[in-house]
Design a protein around this ligand. Sequence first.
Ligand SMILES: [Mn+2]
Length: 504
Amino acid sequence: MRLKDLEIYDAITIQAHDNPDADAIASGYALYKYFKSRGKKVSLIYSGRYRIKKTDLKLMIEKLRIPIKYRAAKEEKIAGVLITVDCQHGAGNVQKLNAENTAVIDHHEKEISTAGLAGYEINPNLGSCSTLVWQLLVREGYPVNDDSRLGTALYYGLYRDTNQFTELFYPLDMDMREAVATDKKILHLLKNSNLTLEELEIAGIALIKYIYNNDFHYAIIQTKPCDPNLLGIISDFLIQVDEIYTCVVFNHTPEGYKYSVRSCVKEVRANELAQFLAQDIGTGGGHAERAGGFLSERKYEQYYPVLHSEAYFGNKMNEYFESFDIIDLEKCKPDIEGMEKYESKKNSIGYVEAASLLPVGTQCIVRSLGGDTELTIDEDIYILVGESSRVRIMTRAEFEAEYKRLSDSYDVTLEYTPKLKVKDSAEDIDLINCMKLCTNKKTSKVYAKQLTRGVKLFTPKSEEYMLGRTGDYLIADCGSAHNMCIVEQEMFGRLYRKTEDLES
Ligand SMILES: [Mn+2]
């Protein structure tokens, strides 16, 4: 959806979820500013049982002059369009108001039927709804990055929704954080007015009620209802305990369960564990050491109607630790027992010479779904973007040896367009627009087998393990079986074909 699609309405009401948080207020405020600039009759409201009472939110509204008003639920129909922001009209966390038309802008899992909506934009990959609204404003050419009051609101919305950026991982969230202008003084004030004395006590009580698992060295803590950022603070504390290698701290909110995950061992990436905990009923992600997630109340009730939440997290943690084997190629010999022979297929991917984009010596970051990679522009550097927007950086010699240039034009759409960002500057370049096409010169022969359970593969080269899930393939180079990797199930068929040829 484009915001301009909603401009057919003259009256626009923006509704944040009940008991609004910083993200809901910020994203509502950004929409308010946008529609105001288009000459619309706009109001920004919230409803539900409670009035805003948290100190940081009151300060945010006051200092940034955010015109949000409380509105009691009334029968009377709202004219024009009602846009629910950071929530979905009809979902449990937002008072259902009666309106002529409704639209939804949110970053949670889709919970409602979107049929009959005047428009919707839902992207659960994003860390905050502020990021989503920022993207919508940028798309319409609104000068969102120049307004520091608005920028401070959006920045703070993302900061709070990603546990002070510790659980932030999605590249578009990073783009927004770096693009907006902010007021440092106001941010400092807000950041330091977030918790109450009552929450200090909640944290204290939570810490003495931990569950510790001696076999897998994990700890779980449930806290009473509190600011979600407290979960991150408690887990940062917990992970410093010598016997605790991983931990989960969670609590129950009206919409579901919020949780923070920490890991201090290389065998467990917190983001992967957070994803595992959310399987089928929520979303999880973050970084190797810090991550977080959310389980939807509706889906939890549907999948686990009689299981209490502490048991859910305990079972799930045990299931996680029992779900994988470790292959460490530094410690053990590669085992190709039970593997069959395959040959790689030819496939085309995009490439660009780095020096054709920016002057030699420029310090940059390549940002993609795989994260950020630092790069100094050099005449010798090639950037390749493969399927699922994976980025590879190599030298000219490596490129020439492996790939052949094609004359066909490069034309793909990716979930997030990889970018080359100039360090300490707002300049960035969309890599997709300048890509040319190439294909691999040679095919290679490999041994492969489909995994029947999870595998974490440590190779001598990399710090982090490659994760193989049931159904994925473990691959070993025919030339040197020490060269092992994991290929996802859906990629495997596109990359390899079975071969009878036993010569390598
Ligand atoms: Mn949010």
